[in-house]
Design a protein around this ligand. Structure first.
Ligand code: RP5
Length: 161
């Protein structure tokens, strides 16, 4: 089955963050696949995934990794499918290491880099949906409704906790 979005991550330990992307896509009715693909531990898997991405019909890849987070950038070097990078929050350096590893790509191989952690993962899902919505009117409507519901949920005035 062809799915438009691939969510890949460097480790099982990234899933707690990356499942936020999957959850948003599920809410919006966008099919995705989820895979552990490590730049360092499974480089051949990374290569195969990137080499076959276009032919398999992937339209967006969301890649999350932490620490020396080379997965998003290496995937962007291997396929022209747009890559959205999610810096996973780390214990040692709080995810700043992940962010810097992902965001500073050389000219020619962009990674659309999100915020560190769960918010970044959720936004990656929303960004992927927005890209797909460019030529999917039904999805565009669902995304508009999702955004309006979020706006409507924000109270006018703060209250004591
Ligand atoms: C990275 O190393 C992964 O993306 C993960 O964020 C980090 C730690 O991995 P584990 O040691 O928890 O497997 O490659």
């Amino acid at each position: 089955m062809t799915v438009p979005v691939g969510i890949i991550m460097g480790s099982q330990s990234d899933w707690a963050t990356m499942k936020e992307a999957a959850a948003v896509l599920d809410e919006l009715g966008v099919a995705c696949e989820t895979r552990i693909v490590s730049a360092h531990r499974t480089p051949d898997r990374l290569w195969d995934y990137g080499r076959s991405a276009v032919d398999r019909g992937l339209r967006v890849i969301i890649a999350g990794a932490g620490g020396a987070a080379h997965l998003p950038g290496m995937m962007a070097s291997k396929t022209r499918v747009p890559v959205i990078g999610v810096p996973v929050q780390t214990r040692a350096l709080n995810g700043v290491d992940s962010l810097y590893s992902i965001v500073q790509m050389p000219k020619g191989y962009p990674v659309a880099t999100m915020a560190i952690g769960a918010a970044g993962a959720a936004n990656a899902g929303l960004m992927a949906a927005a890209i797909l919505a460019l030529d999917d009117a039904a999805l565009a409507q669902r995304l508009d409704a999702w955004r309006e519901a979020l706006s409507a949920s924000i109270p006018q005035e703060p209250v004591d906790d």
